[in-house]
Write a protein of this length. Structure first.
Length: 554
């Protein structure tokens, strides 16, 4: 029997006709069907992106009212110096935070460092300490006439190097932002397939070459998300740079908004900050170009081989101990000292039960709302076929790069002029939190979604389940840890948010941060220590929730 052969010439296969190769295996791609559901998801993303762009629209309006004075100020030598200061600070913080995070995440996930679980929890506790509290305590500990100088005075040390300026701002922000890089990086290290590393070693590759060619590509999405969050946090932080007296954009913008009659200048500076945020978002897309880092094979994934540190145990312990001492020990001891000094002086501490209830309630509501909004946005980021869907999601990251003061002023302007019924109400306050912290939830949810093999969804639909049933019964249970982790991140960041809370809270609505700010403004350090310690204690509970699934088993 002869087999008939086709006489038609073979057609070339388009370069993008086949799914990408991962380790020699052809994997199916995530696809967002061009159906009513897919169109609805894009429409929802556009609405969310438009809501996040409200502060940008306000800045454009205000900058236009600044006139020629704002333009001249923008190109002055002072602004050029501020741009240089900001670029140097962001670069230094992101670089140092990434180095600390990589070492910390690797030591607490892959090595036999003693007390690994304790170092993990203590090392991530700086995440729950607001940067302005950290700056206040570092200034009190290491500043002129601080606690350290008083301890060294009997030894003849009358003056210490100044903690203020670039060094102080860099040190404080680095210590309180490296957990943003360490958390997603640690999750990625736990979820990588050890078979890739074993294959690299079996082919004669060195440990470094195995990491570079096998492990690092799987870590790029998590590393990109962490670095962009750290950079945007540094751009938008006001408390640390203000207390450390370092002229970055946020400090100068605050001074212009509060002391100048021409707010157009402050708005123009804020628009420059928006340009910086856009640049960082584009850079994150380049770093985290790999959208999917799921396992290609089937079956149970083996545990990673624990690396024996041997002679490196002592340096590893010193590294972990130094991080905990600076990031947790210094703020904790200073706050405890303030509280003890106040008690010795007979200071009556206010009851904080009402403020605590208000803080937990509004933070929980914000976390729930943001978590619900972040879920479809993460789906759009990962499963969108074109660039438009992913860029829509990237636009929402702008809110995390704007100072809370700018977001609050924009929403005050919009509410007072267009929606007076929402002015100084809880909905507008929660909306402000959402604009500010939505990227945190999207990042965690998107990272969890990229680790789900699309074959599971294909198998579900082949059994007759609809797209909605597949999402509800397959996708959501698998990404639950990421969704809840993102909500927990929003909760703890909302608890310590200061400018948005001060300007958007309803009249008489007292929270822990408003108590803290009032006491700090009046110089009542004992009264400031009480709400600060409560913020740290309650926020730490959400951190334990984030680590519950991973820390207990590794």
């Amino acid at each position: 029997m002869q087999i008939a052969r086709s006489t038609s010439p073979a057609r070339p296969i388009a370069p993008n006709a086949l799914p990408p190769l991962r380790g020699g295996i052809i994997l199916p791609r995530f696809r967002l069907p061009q159906t009513t559901g897919g169109m609805a998801l894009h429409l929802f993303g556009l609405i969310v992106a438009a809501a996040v762009l409200i502060p940008v629209g306000y800045l454009v309006f205000r900058a236009a009212s600044g006139g020629e004075a704002a333009i001249r100020y923008l190109f002055s030598g002072r602004v050029m110096a501020i741009i240089g200061n900001t670029v140097v600070l962001v670069g230094a913080v992101v670089g140092a935070a990434t180095v600390l995070a990589v070492l910390f995440a690797w030591l607490t996930t892959r090595t036999d460092v003693p007390f690994r679980r304790a170092w993990l929890i203590l090392g991530l506790l700086p995440l729950v300490i607001p940067s302005y509290i950290g700056a206040m305590t570092f200034a009190a500990a290491f500043g002129a006439k601080g606690y350290l100088q008083q301890m060294l005075l009997p030894l003849g040390v009358e003056r210490l190097p100044s903690i203020y300026g670039f060094f102080g701002a860099w040190l404080v922000i680095t210590l309180f932002t490296y957990p943003y890089v360490a958390l997603p990086l640690r999750a990625a290290l736990l979820n990588t397939d050890p078979a890739l590393e074993e294959s690299g070693r079996s082919m004669g590759l060195s440990a470094f070459a195995t990491f570079r060619r096998g492990t690092f590509p799987q870590l790029r999405p998590a590393l990109g998300v962490g670095m962009i969050l750290a950079a945007l946090y540094t751009l938008s932080d006001f408390g640390a740079v203000a207390i450390m007296q370092y002229d970055s954009f946020t400090r100068v913008i605050f001074v212009q908004y509060t002391s100048s009659f021409n707010r157009g200048i402050a708005a123009t500076l804020s628009l420059v900050l928006v340009v910086f945020a856009f640049g960082l978002i584009f850079l994150e897309r380049r770093i985290a170009s790999q959208k999917k880092n799921y396992r290609a094979g089937v079956g149970a994934c083996r545990k990673h081989r624990v690396v024996a540190l041997r002679g490196w145990k002592v340096p590893a312990l010193l590294f972990c101990g130094g991080l905990v001492c600076l990031g947790v020990g210094v703020p904790g001891m200073v706050l405890a000292a303030w509280l003890a000094e106040g008690a010795a002086a007979g200071v009556t501490l206010p009851l904080l039960d009402g403020a605590l209830l208000n803080t937990v309630t509004v933070s929980g509501a914000a976390a729930l709302v943001v978590g619900v909004v972040a879920l479809p946005m993460a789906l759009l980021a990962v499963r969108s076929n074109g660039r438009w869907g992913r860029w829509i999601v990237q636009i929402t990251f702008l809110g995390h790069g704007l100072p809370g003061l700018v977001i609050a002023l924009a929403l005050v302007f919009v509410a007072a002029n267009a929606l007076p019924a929402l002015y100084q109400t809880l909905p507008i306050l929660i909306f402000g939190y959402g604009v500010r912290f939505l990227p945190l939830s999207i990042g965690a949810t998107r990272s969890a979604l990229t680790q789900i093999n699309p074959r599971l969804g294909d198998a579900s639909r082949s059994l007759g389940l609809s797209a909605w049933q597949t999402t509800r019964r397959v996708t959501l249970p698998l990404m639950r840890a990421g969704v809840l982790g993102g909500m927990a991140l929003v909760f703890l960041n909302t608890m310590k948010e200061l400018p948005t809370t001060l300007m958007l809270s309803p009249t008489g609505f007292r929270t822990l941060t408003t108590h803290l700010w009032t006491a700090q403004t009046n110089g009542d350090w004992a009264l400031a220590a009480a709400p600060a310690l409560v913020i740290v204690a309650v926020s730490a509970l959400s951190l334990v929730f984030i680590l519950r699934d991973g820390a207990g088993n590794h």
